[in-house]
Design a protein around this ligand. Structure first.
Ligand code: SF4
Ligand code: SF4
Length: 358
């Protein structure tokens, strides 16, 4: 028998005391240390800004806001995530979501809890309209970065104060008030409060409603009534003059087949009958009336009426609602309305300057 060589003895001993070359089955999966795996939220650093959802190319991150419960939920769906790392790369805090080196293992149930990763954050809502402002942690994060400059914005101040006090949010009022400038409010409401303060829109009813203002023409008709006196084109001028005097009005609308075809006023009589040697008994209104008819809708403003009267050199305007003749306004009515409007604006501005608004 041949004796073993020294080399062979050494190899036998080495293999006897060395671990096996192959791993046992089943093996625990172990990723390469720098492998980019599933992203996981880090609630301590995530501020709920939602930037990761916006940059996610596969839209695997969903942001769900619940203003009633004041809760924002961010959820990653691992079924859609392709582990690109964009969420971690663009996270505003840099650590709110981190791609670890976990594998994405196949699952049979795509709705299983392990398929999703979620984080919940406290939501701040507008005290005026209930719209979402953002997450409290996000506001605090911004405040920290701004330092002393953060005191310039009420939302940042209030977010900080909320950490110290337990005060309830105020209730929305029927209309914007100056006090709303120092409430937690969304950009839209803040803009309304600051730039469209009470003196601009006194008839605001709610924050969401548009100003429910009555037009100047509608207000004139409400005050003076909607009666319109009309004559036909064949009516004699004398009859028309008698109607003017009887009803104490300055103009009549000349109507043919239900449609206004002209206007007749004392000025037409003076210029086209008396001065032109005609007689009011024989002359029909159609020969002296002013035509065409310039009218305004009931929704028109005083300035619009004044501009039309000045341009067309008329002193009366019929008012229409759709096709229907619904009133007649004079230059006197329009001037009065303009003066009242300006008085009201001056008073509101004075009250505003004197601090009479709460
Ligand atoms: S790793 Fe990429 S795909 Fe996955 S959640 Fe982040 S951004 Fe979306
Ligand atoms: S802080 Fe980072 S992880 Fe959190 S929502 Fe913003 S971007 Fe996403």
């Amino acid at each position: 028998m041949r004796l073993p060589k020294i080399r062979e003895i050494r190899e036998a001993l080495t293999s006897f005391f060395s671990p096996p070359y192959t791993s046992k089955y089943p093996a625990k999966p172990a990723a390469f240390p720098s492998y980019r795996g599933l992203p996981r939220f880090n609630a301590a650093y995530c501020v709920g800004c939602g930037a990761c959802a916006q940059v996610c190319p596969s839209q695997a991150i969903e942001v769900v806001d619940d203003p009633q419960r004041k809760l924002r939920t961010l959820r990653v769906d691992y079924g859609s995530c392709m582990q690109c790392g964009q969420c971690q790369e663009k996270c505003i805090t840099g650590k709110g979501i981190v791609n670890g080196n976990e594998f994405s293992l196949a699952v049979s149930d795509l709705a299983a809890p392990e398929v999703f990763e979620t984080v919940e954050k406290e939501l701040v809502v507008c005290e005026c309209c209930g719209e979402v402002v953002g997450c409290r942690d996000h506001l605090l994060w911004v405040r920290e970065r701004l330092g002393a400059k953060a005191y310039a914005h009420p939302n940042l101040l209030l977010a900080t104060q909320a950490l110290l006090t337990d005060a309830d949010a105020s209730r929305a009022k029927s209309r914007p008030r100056r006090e709303d400038q120092v409430k937690m409010s969304c950009a839209r409401c803040r803009q309304k409060v600051v730039s469209a303060d009470e003196f601009l829109y006194p008839r605001y009813r709610t924050f969401t409603e548009e100003p429910a203002e009555e037009s100047a023409v509608a207000a004139i008709l409400r005050r003076k009534g909607r009666a319109v006196w009309t004559v036909s084109p064949e009516t004699k001028v004398f009859e028309a003059l008698r109607l003017l005097a009887e009803k104490n009005v300055g103009a009549l609308v000349v109507v043919e087949a239900g449609r206004p075809v002209g206007m007749f006023s004392e000025r037409d009589y003076a210029r086209k009958v008396a001065l032109m040697d005609r007689t009011s008994f024989d002359t029909p209104v159609k020969e002296v009336m002013s035509s065409p008819v310039y009218g305004v809708p009931v929704t028109a403003g005083a300035e619009e009426c004044m501009a039309l009267m000045t341009e067309k050199r008329v002193r009366h305007l019929p008012v229409f609602e759709g096709d229907r003749l619904t009133g007649l306004i004079s230059i006197g009515d329009v001037v009065k309305s303009l003066i009242e409007e300006q008085r009201s604006v001056i008073k509101r501005l004075s009250d505003y300057i004197m601090g009479k608004y709460s």
